[in-house]
Structure formats: structure tokens, C-alpha cells
Design a protein. Structure first.
Length: 145
């Protein structure tokens, strides 16, 4: 895994009786029941996830087209952005590609760029980065790395 210059980080904020935070901490943006923060930092995917965990969260998971568009607005101008999708780094998953999110939520979003995931040039791509190609078309909304 190479180093990507930016990553998107997510903290799922939950209180004991309410799964929806009324507001997010300063520097965070709310979408639905979660709070997101974008950081432009030189880190590998693993380093980015560890940093997110140190803040009480995980790299972002994506569950809808609207959420994908929201994440795009947070990372505007930074086309290479780590998010929390991965295959666990397990070689046995190379064929069936069972993806999961680091936050443990269901992997139910499938509107990736056409042909993805594709293990570009035969190189295994075990992590996901969002790579917005300047279009709002689902064809350009994410790229798996």
C-alpha cells in the first residue's frame, strides 16, 4: 500500500440513549447520525485508520449515494482520499473480494467506478480510496486501491 496524501476520518458519535448526536464537535461535520472530519495528512491507509482510532473513530464508511456526495464535498480539491473499506489484508480473499468497513458496519454500498474493483495491472488493491474525477456521475465517484 502506497502512501496517499489525504484521508477522510469518521467518528460515529453515540450517547447512551440516543444513536443520533445533536451536534458534532468543533471541526467535524454531521451527516445523518455520524460526524465526519477531513484531514489532509501524508499517511498510509493503516496509519490513517490508527490515527482515526486514536480519535475515537474509524476511516469513513459509505452507505448511500447521498453520503458519497457529502464525503465528496468534504474532500473537494483532494482527489486521493482513504476511506475505511478493506479486504482485511487476507490473501485468501483475493478471488471473492469480501469487503468490509473498519467501523464494522455492513458493506452495502456498490456504486463504485465502472469495473472496480479491478486489481489494476494485476496488483492486489486491498483498501479503498475515494477518487472523485470531477463528475457527479456514479461512474467517477470512487476508486478502489
Amino acid at each position: 500500500m502506497g502512501v496517499i496524501m489525504v484521508f477522510l476520518l469518521l467518528i460515529a458519535t453515540f450517547s447512551l440513549g440516543d444513536a443520533r448526536p445533536s451536534r458534532c464537535n468543533r471541526g467535524w461535520q454531521k451527516f445523518g447520525s455520524r460526524c465526519f472530519r477531513f484531514e489532509e495528512t501524508l499517511r498510509s491507509w493503516t496509519e490513517a485508520e490508527h490515527h482515526c482510532q486514536s480519535l475515537g473513530g474509524h476511516l469513513a464508511s459509505v452507505h448511500s449515494w447521498k453520503e458519497s456526495r457529502f464525503l465528496e464535498t468534504l474532500s473537494v480539491g483532494s482527489p486521493l482520499t482513504w476511506i475505511g473499506g478493506n479486504d482485511g489484508g487476507r490473501p485468501e480473499l483475493r478471488k471473492d473480494r469480501r469487503w468490509s468497513w473498519t467501523d464494522g458496519s455492513g458493506f452495502n454500498y456498490h456504486e463504485w467506478a465502472q469495473g472496480e474493483p479491478n486489481n489494476y495491472n494485476g496488483v492486489r488493491e486491498p483498501c479503498i480510496q475515494m477518487n472523485f474525477g470531477g463528475s457527479h456521475s456514479p461512474v467517477h465517484q470512487s476508486h478502489l486501491t
